[in-house]
Design a protein around this ligand. Sequence first.
Ligand code: AMP
Length: 141
Amino acid sequence: MTAYDPNNIFGKILKGEIPSVRVYEDDHTVAFMDVMPHAPGHVLVIPRKGSRNILDADAEVLARTIPVVQKIANAVKEAFEADGVYIAQFNEPAAGQTVFHLHFHVIPRHEGLPLKPHSGAMEDGAVLKANAEKIKAALEG
Ligand code: AMP
């Protein structure tokens, strides 16, 4: 398996070299808005410790990350009055992975509303920030 490269885009977000709209962070994880969301409120949860994906992650890192995925899932469900929450995680290009730092997609879902396809277009920063504020309020509530 290819080795983890800390210069991937999420590695750069962790180092503060490129911006992100964060909704939550602690000593082990960071959660931020996906810039090309499949639905409003699409969040990515990443561990600070680098691994390419779940295949090479430490079990301890996974044990610390999943409770944060759960916390964010409950927050996006509340913030967007969703009927459900879709959680996805891809491993290697054959499975659809494009950024090679372990990440979990957390996406609020509404009955009968399909996910937006990946258009390649970035969401407006003000929209991402407004959605992040809703999630942060749910996390605080
Ligand atoms: P994947 O590797 O297919 O699981 O997905 C990577 C995700 O990262 C995609 O949904 C992208 O929209 C998202 N993404 C790529 N670059 C950034 C970035 N700079 N900030 C936030 N999300 C990003």
